[in-house]
Design a protein around this ligand. Structure first.
Ligand code: SF4
Length: 202
């Protein structure tokens, strides 16, 4: 299967554990005011690649990625979920650690077809890095042009499934650095995953 990618970073050190092969997927429905790569926004642009090709490129330098693996980021990688399923299933068949870096904006628990695909992708995903742009719904819309209710529902989905998650939050002066909002984000984060502990322990 072919996917549309923006670019590749062969020595990623900030997008998951260890040194990683980072695939920047093309296309994003968000419009973050502080986006550092708006050239990833347009859907259907970018370079067409086969999932197999990315794996073979990874394999050429796999000694460097012993403590790392593959990360998909963007853009918004979940826009190309079928491609991710193939890429991550190929990676897991070779014992490669897989990480999905996402805003979660594509999640909709009403869409059963999409949820089935997400369930399939999670079988091959070792870590999700979930980028919460803002915990406050009004501020979130101001900053990204999109509502955050689906994103927070996606976080609940991940917690329910016991998927390992790193929460990311980009601190931008004047946009996302309000101390009260940061505390709210921390409380929400702690609440969501602490509530899961008793369930996991029983
Ligand atoms: S989600 Fe990422 S790629 Fe998309 S607009 Fe926001 S910062 Fe840019």
């Amino acid at each position: 299967m072919k996917g549309y990618i923006h670019s590749i970073e062969t020595f990623g050190s900030v997008d998951g554990p260890g040194i990683r092969y980072v695939v920047f997927m093309q296309g994003c429905p968000m419009r973050c005011l502080y986006c550092h790569n708006p050239d990833t926004w347009e859907i259907g642009k970018g370079r067409e690649v086969e999932a197999e090709h990315l794996i073979s490129e990874y394999e050429k330098n796999k000694m460097f990625y012993r403590s790392g693996g593959i990360t998909v980021t963007g853009g918004e990688p979940l826009l190309q979920i079928d491609f991710l399923i193939e890429l991550f299933s190929l990676a897991k068949a070779r014992g490669i650690h897989t990480c999905l870096d996402t805003s979660g904006i594509t999640y909709s628990d009403c869409n059963t077809t999409y949820c089935a695909k997400l369930d399939e992708l999670m079988k091959y995903t070792d870590l999700v890095m979930l980028d919460i742009k803002h915990i406050d719904p009004i501020k979130h819309r101001e900053i990204t042009s999109r509502d955050n209710s689906g994103i927070l529902a996606f976080a609940r989905y991940l917690a329910d499934k016991d998927i390992p998650v790193w929460i990311r939050h980009v601190v931008v002066n004047g946009y996302t650095d309000d101390p009260e909002h940061l505390k709210s984000l921390g409380r929400w984060d702690a609440c969501l995953w602490c509530q899961m502990l008793p369930m996991n322990e029983t």
